[in-house]
Design a protein around this ligand. Structure first.
Ligand code: C5P
Length: 241
């Protein structure tokens, strides 16, 4: 068996009843919607299932969880504070408000990178538009990068999804966003990173460790990720977890 996985089992077993000194964990989940007009928006295929699995597992281990969620069709886990947002700007505002009260930020949301330069107040009418219409987009704030710049003693966890050069991009992201861990999802035909199905990920750590997992349920990925987060956080406290 992969030694990293057998260590994981021992570690997880020790935490069966939950930790005694909970962390304050801030999780983002789901897509954001960037409105063109009152009824049309740009978004992506994120369902929120990864972020909700992480939030549920963290709460089960007795951590204090705040979940900032984009629009999804999942009931939030019990015992956690949930803040619902729709746009990237709203998610950014919520993260800014909650960040100071957190020990760890897990950015599993698929934040839209761009939004329309202007959101129209009234619904766009087909008959008033030319046959080809150019929609101007502007970049959204990079929330993870903002957080990485202010991390202090916090742990920062990012996700990435790429169709090519996955590991190289994940390593760049670890550095550029000052993250402690990046979870890399490969986009391919057989295992979609989106949705409730099985998925394959690589967990990369700042210290150079990399663990390939899957195809696995998101609950298992959440479990392994939380073991890694707890190992980093409690290393200075030894048995005090
Ligand atoms: O750079 P890229 O968007 O690929 O990085 C992905 C990571 O950054 C994810 O953890 C995602 O939640 C986060 N992100 C963000 N703000 C954005 C876009 C992505 O925090 N505007």
């Amino acid at each position: 068996m992969n030694p990293a996985l057998s260590n994981h089992k021992n570690f997880s077993h020790a935490r069966k009843g939950g930790v005694k000194k909970p962390m304050r964990i801030l999780v983002t989940a789901g897509p954001t919607r960037e409105f063109i007009d009152p009824v049309r928006f740009i978004s992506n295929l994120s369902t929120g299932s990864m972020g909700y699995a992480i939030s549920g597992e963290a709460a089960r281990r007795n951590h204090k969880v705040t979940l900032i969620s984009g629009p999804v069709d999942i009931t939030p886990p019990k015992n956690i504070k949930t803040i619902n947002v729709i746009t990237a700007q709203q998610m950014f505002a919520a993260v800014k408000a909650e960040f100071k009260n957190s020990d760890c930020l897990i950015m599993s949301a698929a934040v839209a990178d761009f939004s329309p330069r202007k959101t129209l107040t009234n619904k766009m009418k087909k008959k008033t538009l030319p046959r080809q219409y150019i929609l101007q987009l502007k970049q959204n704030p990079d929330i993870l990068k903002w957080a990485g710049g202010r991390k202090a003693a916090r742990l920062i966890i990012g996700f990435c999804m790429e169709s090519e050069a996955l590991i190289k991009n994940a390593k760049d992201k670890l550095k550029n966003k000052r993250a402690d861990i990046v979870v890399a999802n490969k986009i391919n035909k057989n295992t979609s990173a989106f949705g409730r199905g099985l998925t394959k990920v690589s967990i990369l750590q700042k210290n150079g460790h990399m663990l390939n997992i899957g195809p696995s349920k998101k609950a298992k990925i959440a479990d392994i990720l939380l073991d890694k987060i707890e190992a980093l956080w409690y290393k200075n406290f030894n048995a005090a977890a």
